[in-house]
Design a binder for this molecule. Structure first.
Ligand code: RET
Length: 288
């Protein structure tokens, strides 16, 4: 019994220490708190912007775009609370192997480096909404939307695996390679499949802008992981690595969603599937 109690208290204490660490490290803390505030403000702004939209298909795209900010609040709250952060010891061969971390505002040095793994976990919930909005704007069929989303979730979960693997340096990069392979499938749909669909749907202009923004930024995340403290550690500061993702997030989430919502509210006729959209049948029930 005593052993269980003591294990429990160690886990709790660590989470509290990480919460304090984020609170007392200005660079790391700001990279997290700023995004909670921005996500909240974006949501309120988007709600206001879209208040008069009645068309169900337009509403669906708007809700998808707003969901990105909603997930973001949860994601950054996980990081801020210390719930989805860990100090992990990198395997031999990794640039941060043997690293120690001084916990900010506490007289304590711990073995390992800080991993904000909650980001990768919650991207699995936020990025599908980005792809859903893009696919709907392009007028894609459900098979391509489904494929893009499944591979996207795969990118994030294998990215999470890459970040949390401590057994072997090579295995970290193996996960990274799997994640990149999944990413290529999504890039193919974005660059080859959906532009064709968007042309037919009459949404090529906005789709191409959103596509470019998405592909460039998503490559940015991928390269940043490789350069940051969890990859090659060219950027070895946890705070700076985190700010990189936070800056990408500001454009890829709130900027992207604004462009989507602003387009939809001004082009409901192009987007609309008509009043019957989503109805399973317009037939009159048989009289039997
Ligand atoms: C990781 C590392 C493993 C390899 C690849 C990655 C790609 C991540 C991407 C993230 C996009 C995030 C967005 C978040 C906004 O909510 C996981 C960094 C390919 C593309 C758009």
């Amino acid at each position: 019994m005593a052993a269980i109690t003591s294990v429990g208290s160690v886990v709790l204490q660590t989470q509290e220490q990480l919460f304090e660490h984020v609170l007392n490290d200005a660079l790391l803390g700001s990279s997290i708190y700023v995004n909670i505030a921005l996500a909240g403000l974006s949501l309120l702004f988007f709600m206001f912007l879209a208040r008069n939209v009645k068309d169900p298909r337009s509403q669906l795209i708007i809700v998808a775009a707003m969901s990105v900010s909603a997930v973001s609040i949860a994601s950054y709250s996980g990081l801020a609370s210390g719930l989805t952060i860990s100090v992990i010891e990198m395997p031999e061969g990794h640039a941060m192997a043997g690293e120690v971390t001084e916990l900010a505002g506490q007289d304590q040095v711990v073995e390992g480096t800080v991993s904000l793994w909650g980001r990768y976990l919650t991207w699995a919930f936020s990025t599908p909404f980005i792809l859903l909005a893009l696919g709907l704007i392009a007028g894609s069929n459900i098979s391509k939307i489904f494929t893009a989303i499944i591979f996207d979730v795969g990118i994030m979960l294998t990215g999470l695996a890459a970040a949390l693997t401590t057994s072997s340096h090579l295995m970290r990069w193996f996960w990274y390679a799997i994640s990149c392979t999944f990413f290529l499938v999504v890039v193919y749909i974005l660059l080859v499949e959906w532009p064709e669909d968007a042309k037919a749907a009459g949404t090529a202009d906005i789709f191409n802008t959103l596509k470019l923004l998405t592909v460039v930024l998503w490559f940015g995340y991928t390269i940043w992981w490789a350069l940051g403290n969890e990859g090659l550690a060219v950027i070895d500061s946890v705070g700076l690595t985190s700010w990189g993702y936070s800056a990408f997030d500001i454009v890829a989430k709130y900027g992207f969603s604004f462009l989507v919502i602003n387009y939809v509210i001004n082009n409901v006729d192009t987007i609309s599937g008509g009043a019957e959209y989503g109805a399973t049948s317009d037939a009159i029930p048989a009289d039997d």
